[in-house]
Design a protein around this ligand. Structure first.
Ligand code: MG
Length: 383
């Protein structure tokens, strides 16, 4: 059988200075820096991947894995995955090394799709949904002007653009959060769903207080209410509120997610394909989640590479529970300022009537714009 050996693995760090810094409960964003990877097979077919995490560390991880992946058959993604996993298991069971593994895994899937002339969603077993339903992630905090007014304006702009769901940040303190969340829900109305995300800003006591204050507000989920380490606090919060609880963007591999599931911590699991183990592993995490009756709505943040990987995987997710008219699955679509997302890859992601059609071009279905890549590429001294 003819092999398709990998001959080159090239991490590429891109960076963009933001025009307007913004912040959330943990830190401020002034710069957006992302590590991509280009993996090339011996016949010249190449694929792109992306890691979610500090770019210089993701790049170091890719450099660490490269010798174990070079020469491997790009058509055997599970063998490549297993090799990287076993090489990192003793010291990298969580965290950024797995973002590097994820980036390479995604690139390998892209190569396979191009080789077979099939979209990644078909390689995964087919699109159980032709459309995904993007929700707008935004409503971060910023200085200058009346924040509540700014957030309402931003939310109304997403509604006007046709988004059927909006996720806002919380974490400014229970009283202020409650005031802002209620104001935004009142502004956007019942037809647009609202989710809140504290990025683990709260103790269990504070998270309960916030849920109590938001009783009856009709929220679709409360994301990362408490520290990702406190699986039992997640469970206790779930028992105290009707608001669905989500988490998992800081979780890794099946083994990490198993802790969330066994502890009955979440209604919705949010693995990041660019961090939790790539397409190969997140498909397995999703299968595990479904056996526990947990919904899967991946976390996604980054360039068109990450977003397209998410679209393919989400379209392949099982429809659970099965029924004739299931709702289209959600997909996170970050709307904050991001020139990397908007210029590095083509085609651009553009929702129509609040929906995104899953691409049917080979691989991830994107081309990287070399001009934009050269513009945003930075060398090691700059990151
Ligand atoms: Mg989040």
């Amino acid at each position: 059988m003819k092999k398709m050996r990998i001959k080159k693995i090239e991490p590429v760090v891109v960076s963009q200075q933001l025009k307007e810094p913004f912040y959330f409960s943990q830190w401020e964003y002034r710069l957006r820096t992302i590590c991509l990877v280009k993996v090339t097979a011996e016949d010249g077919t190449y694929g792109w991947g992306e890691g979610y995490g500090p770019a210089n560390l993701v790049r170091a991880g890719i450099e660490f894995f490269a010798p174990f992946v070079l020469g491997a058959d790009a058509l055997e993604h599970e063998i490549i995955w297993q090799q990287m996993y076993l090489r990192s298991l003793d010291f990298g069971r969580r965290g950024v090394l797995l973002a590097a593994l994820s980036a390479i895994d995604i690139a390998v899937w892209d190569i396979q799709g191009k080789h077979f002339g099939l979209p990644v969603s078909t390689l995964l077993g087919g699109r159980k949904n032709e459309f995904v339903k993007p929700y707008a992630t935004g409503l971060y905090f910023s200085n200058g002007g009346d924040l509540k007014e700014k957030l309402i304006r931003e939310a109304m702009a997403y509604k006007k653009q046709g988004f059927l769901g909006i996720k806002m940040k919380v974490g400014l303190g229970v009283a202020k959060d409650a005031e802002y969340v209620i104001a935004i829900k009142n502004a956007i109305g019942r037809e647009v769903e609202l989710m809140i995300d504290s990025n683990h800003a709260y103790s269990l006591r504070e998270a309960i207080q916030l849920c109590d204050r938001l009783k009856g507000v009709d929220l679709s989920w409360f994301e990362e209410p408490v520290s990702p380490e406190h699986y039992s606090d997640y469970r206790k919060l779930r028992a105290r509120t009707d608001i669905p609880i989500s988490g998992g963007e800081c979780e890794y591999l099946r083994y990490g997610f198993l802790q969330l599931f066994q502890n009955r911590s979440v209604d919705i699991a949010q693995p990041d394909i660019c961090a939790a183990g790539g397409i190969t592993e997140v498909k397995k995490i999703a299968a595990l989640a479904h056996t526990f009756g947990v919904e899967v709505i991946p976390h996604s943040w980054g360039t068109g590479i990450a977003l397209h990987a998410a679209m393919h995987l989400i379209s392949n997710l099982d429809i659970v529970p099965g029924r004739m008219y299931p709702p289209a699955p959600w997909m996170e679509l970050d709307r904050t300022e991001n020139a990397l997302r908007d210029s590095l890859t083509e085609p651009l992601i553009a929702p129509e009537n609040g929906m995104l059609r899953v691409p049917d071009k080979p691989g991830l279905g994107i081309e990287v714009n070399e001009e934009a890549l050269a513009k945003y590429r930075v060398d090691s001294q700059q990151i």
